[in-house]
Design a protein around this ligand. Sequence first.
Ligand code: SF4
Ligand code: SF4
Length: 516
Amino acid sequence: MNAIERAKRLLCGRATFALVNGKRERVYYESGIQPLLNLSDKDRELLKGAAVADKIVGKAAACLMAAGGAAEVYAGVMSRGAMKVFDKCGIKYTFDTETEIISDRTGTGACPMEQTVRYIDDPAKAEEAIRRTQHILKLRAQGGKEMKKLGFGMMRLPLKSGDQKDVDLEQVKKMVDEFLARGFEYFDTAWMYHEHTSELVARECLVKRYPREVFRLATKLPAFSLNSAEEMQSTFDRQCEKCGVDYFDYYLIHNINEDNYINKVQKFDAFGFVKKLKEQGKIRHYGFSFHDTADVLDRVLSDHPDAEFVQLQINYLDWDSERVQSGKCWEVARRHGKPIIIMEPVKGGTLANVPPQAEALFKAKEPGMSVPSWAIRFAAGLDGVFMVLSGMSTEAQLEDNTSFMSDFKPLDEGELETVKKVASIIKGTGAIACTACRYCTENCPMDIAIPDYFAAYNGDILDGGKNAAKHRAEYEAFAEGHGTASACVRCGACEEHCPQHLHIRDLLEKVAAKFE
Ligand code: SF4
Ligand code: SF4
C-alpha cells in the first residue's frame, strides 16, 4: 500500500488528520488547521515529503501543507482554492467532495482562516497571516467581549510624499498588524479622509487581510456634502465597495453642526436613512460625529433619541473652551445617556508637543509616560466614554498609545491637577487651535497647506522659538508645492468647513508674518 493510501486508512473514527512519512505515521484529533499548525511548530520536518490525509482542506490548510513541503494530499472535502494552491505548487491531490468555500463553525460564514488567505497566493506569506489571525483569535477568546478603548483613526496615516493620497500602505499594514496583535480592534475611517482614499486603505491594509470578525470598522456618511437624499444610498453603496465589506460596525452621520443639521441632515432625513440601514443589517450601530455647541447637541439628541452613540471632540485643553465646549458637550451627552466616542484627544498633535515647562510637569509626575499619554488617558477616563480615537502616523506612536491603553488606568486626582496646570501653560502661548483635520483644504482656490502651516507656526511657538530655523524649513517645504500663507485671497471658503471655528484668514496673516 502506498503512502497516501496508508494515510487515508489512518483517517478513521474521530481522527481529523493523518500523516505518513516513510515509516513514520501520525494521527491527530484536533479540529480545523490546528494539527497542521502544531506540526509546523513542533515537528516541521515530519511534514516535508509526507503524504497527508485530512477530513477538510481549504486554501488555508493547503497553504500550510505547501509551506511545510507535503508531497501528496487526500481530503474528504476540498475547496477549489486549495486545489489552485496544490496545482501551483505541483502537489498531487485527490478528494471525495469539491466545495467552493469552507464554512466557519456556525456554518453561517466563511472560516476565519479562509478569509485570512483569500488574497494571498504565496504559501509562506499565507502561513504568516494565518499565525497572526490565530494569535488574535486566541486573544479574543481570553479577553472576553469588551473592546479595548483605543481606536485607530485613519485620518493621519503615514505618507510616502507630501500628497495626502500617497499613503504608505506597507507601513500601514505593519501598524494594523501590531494594533490587532496587541488586542485592539476598532478602526475609524471616513469618506473624505486622505482626499477620499482612507476607505480604500482600510480595505487594502485591514479588510483584505483579516477575517471580518476580528475588527470593527466605522465610517461616516458625509451628510454635509450631499445634494440630494438619493445620494445617501449611492454613497453608502460606494463606501461598502471602497472598504470591501458588506456591513459596517459603526456608521456615523459625519460632522453635524447647526447649519448642516438643518440644511442637510434634517432635510434629507439622514437619521431615517441610517436607521433603515440598521434594520437591513447593513450597519450594526449608528450615531453621529459632532462639531458645534452644547445647545445644538442637546437639540440633535432631543430630536433623535434613537441615536446609539455620539462622537465628540474632547481634550483637556478645550474642556472649558466656549468655542469647542468639550466639557459642556460631554455633559449633554451624559444627560441623554449616550455612550461617547472621543475624537481629537491629542488635538491633532498639539497636545503631543507641549511647551518645555509643561512637559517638565508631566515628567516630574510620571517620568516614564509620554506627553500624549496624558491627553489620551484624560479622555478615556471620562464617564460614558467607550472609545478614544487616535490618528496614528508612525509605528512609534502606535507602540506608545497601545502600551498605556492595553491595561488602561484613568488619571487620578493628582494627575488631573497636573493636566489643569499644563492646560493653563499651553493657553498662555497663543498656539493656533487647529486639529489638522484638513476639512478646510479641499475648497481652497489657492491650494494653501493651512494645517501644515499652522503646525509649523505652533511648533515654533511651543518651542519658545528655540528651533525657529527648523520650523521655517518645515513651512518652506510645504510652501514649495502649495500656495504660500500670503497667497490667501480671503475668500473664506476654508472657514465654512472648520469645525474649530478658526479665523483662518487672520491666522494665515500671522503665519506669513512669521515665516515669509
Ligand atoms: S480664505 Fe484663503 S485660505 Fe481660505 S480658502 Fe480662501 S484662499 Fe484659501
Ligand atoms: S484649520 Fe480648521 S478645518 Fe483646517 S485643519 Fe485646522 S481645524 Fe481642521
